[in-house]
Each structure stands twice: as structure tokens, then as C-alpha cells.
Design a protein around this ligand. Structure first.
Ligand SMILES: Cc1cc2nc3c(=O)[nH]c(=O)nc-3n(C[C@H](O)[C@H](O)[C@H](O)COP(=O)(O)O)c2cc1C
Length: 232
């Protein structure tokens, strides 16, 4: 019915099945469901992932089923706080804090070869461009638009190109990472979250010669100690 109505793709929302993976024969049933949908629909089938589906585990099942597209990342279900005047047993939480999870899912799933529609904690062009650099094909915004209106789509999109191309310093090849030890607050994000081996070598030995200038580590740097500079 949705195909006939003209949709370009179908997103599958598993949010209301909190303990899916604990269901009897989950793996087989999940793969069968997805295979059936893919074989019977001509438009892309795009499961929406959440913390209920650990990224590496689910990536194997999605591949087995022939899925090519995924959407990230659904809000996180928590038990209803005691005394809260709410219907239902659980509460759905989201916000910029979940961006670290989105970053991790985007990195793993795009590296595994999926086309990724990434979101979850995106509030500005900074997060959007970081996800694109990690391999996202499209970006998804929910809370930011609910809070600040549809104009946020065009505002973020208009700044995205500049953010991605680094006009001020020239993107990849023209610039290189530098480190100012006085500004380092020891947060460790450059080592833990940038997924880049060059930064690990650089922090250990001072050798930045393999730096390709993507700028991801400098965006993660809390104290402003890592900066991209034009190559001499
Ligand atoms: C009011 C509200 C309703 C939502 N409804 C859905 C939904 O029906 N299906 C779905 O897949 N995600 C739904 N989401 C989750 C969002 O699509 C998104 O994955 C999540 O909020 C994280 O992204 P954000 O940080 O941009 O909000 C909803 C989120 C909000 C705030």
C-alpha cells in the first residue's frame, strides 16, 4: 500500500518491542521478516536501530537478511521514574548527550557497508558534519526541529558545506594536526572517539606526518589543544 502511495523507502520502527532480542528464535525470525519484506517490496527497507540492538551484533543479522539501509538512532527507553504522573511503564529519553552513541553506531554501520541515515542528538551543523565524515549518507533531526522549528533544517544545511569543506584552512591535504599541551585538559576524547590511528601515534611520539587533515580529532578536543593548521 505504501509503495502504491509513492513512498521512496520504508522505515521499520521496532521501538515498541523492548526485549525483542530475548524472544524465542529472535535471530531466525528477524532475518525471515526482513528477507520477506525485501523480496516483496521494490523500495528500500530501512530498519530503525536503537540501543536494544547492539551495533555489531545487529549488523551481522542485517547483512544475512540482505538489508542495505539503516536509520539511527531511536530514543532510549528507561523505566518510569517513581512518582511520575505518566501513563505507561516507561519513558523515552533523547537529547544531545546521545550523540556519542549515534557517532559509534554511524561509524560501525557505515564501515560495515550500510547506507546510513544518521541522527540522535544532532542539534547543529557540527554534529551533522561529523556524522557525514564518519560515513553517514543522510542526516535525521527530531528534537531540534520540534524545539526550534523547521527553519533549523535549512539553517543547518546552509552551514554544512562550509563546515565540511573547511574553506578557512583548506580541507584534507592542505592542513595538519597540531597540539598545544598547555590547553590539554586530559579528556581523552581524541584517543577514544576519533577512531584514527594517526592521532594515537601523534600523541605518543609527536609524529603527525601521516595526518590527512580530516579535522575530526580537533572537533572532539574539549580544551582546544588540537588545532588544524595550514601546512607550511
Ligand atoms: C515526540 C517524538 C516522537 C517520536 N516518534 C518516533 C516515531 O514514531 N518513530 C521513530 O522511529 N522515532 C520516533 N522518535 C525518535 C526520533 O526519530 C529520534 O530517533 C530520536 O528522538 C533521536 O533524535 P533527536 O536527537 O534528533 O531527537 C520520536 C521522537 C520524538 C521526540
Amino acid at each position: 500500500m505504501m509503495e502504491k502511495a509513492g513512498v521512496h523507502g520504508i522505515q521499520l520502527d521496532f521501538f515498541y518491542f523492548p526485549e525483542l532480542m530475548a524472544e524465542n528464535k529472535f535471530n531466525e525470525r528477524f532475518v525471515t521478516l526482513l528477507k520477506t519484506l525485501i523480496s516483496e517490496c521494490s523500495v528500500p527497507i530501512m530498519p530503525k536501530l536503537s540501543r536494544n540492538f547492539p551495533e555489531i551484533y545487529i549488523s551481522k543479522l542485517l547483512k544475512k537478511a540482505g538489508v542495505k539501509y539503516v536509520s539511527l538512532l531511536d530514543s532510549i527507553k528507561v523505566p518510569k521514574p517513581e512518582g511520575a504522573d505518566l501513563t505507561g511503564k516507561s519513558l523515552s529519553v533523547f537529547g544531545n548527550w546521545m550523540f556519542n552513541l549515534t557517532r559509534q553506531y554511524t561509524y560501525v554501520l557505515s564501515n560495515e557497508g550500510f547506507q546510513v541515515c544518521a541522527g540522535g542528538g544532532v542539534v547543529s551543523e557540527k554534529e551533522a558534519s561529523e556524522l557525514i565524515r564518519l560515513g553517514a549518507n543522510t542526516i535525521h533531526l527530531a528534537t531540534e526541529v520540534l524545539l526550534n522549528g523547521y527553519k533549523r533544517f535549512s539553517a543547518i544545511e546552509s552551514k554544512l558545506e562550509e563546515n565540511l569543506s573547511y574553506k578557512e584552512a583548506g580541507y584534507s591535504g592542505n592542513r595538519i594536526i597540531t597540539f598545544n599541551a598547555e590547553k590539554c585538559i586530559g579528556c581523552g576524547k581524541c584517543m577514544e572517539q576519533s577512531f584514527c590511528n594517526v592521532i594515537k601515534t601523534f600523541m605518543a611520539t609527536g609524529d603527525n606526518t601521516s595526518c590527512e587533515g580530516c579535522g575530526l580529532c580537533s572537533q572532539l578536543c574539549e580544551g582546544g589543544a588540537l588545532k588544524m593548521l595550514k601546512k607550511e
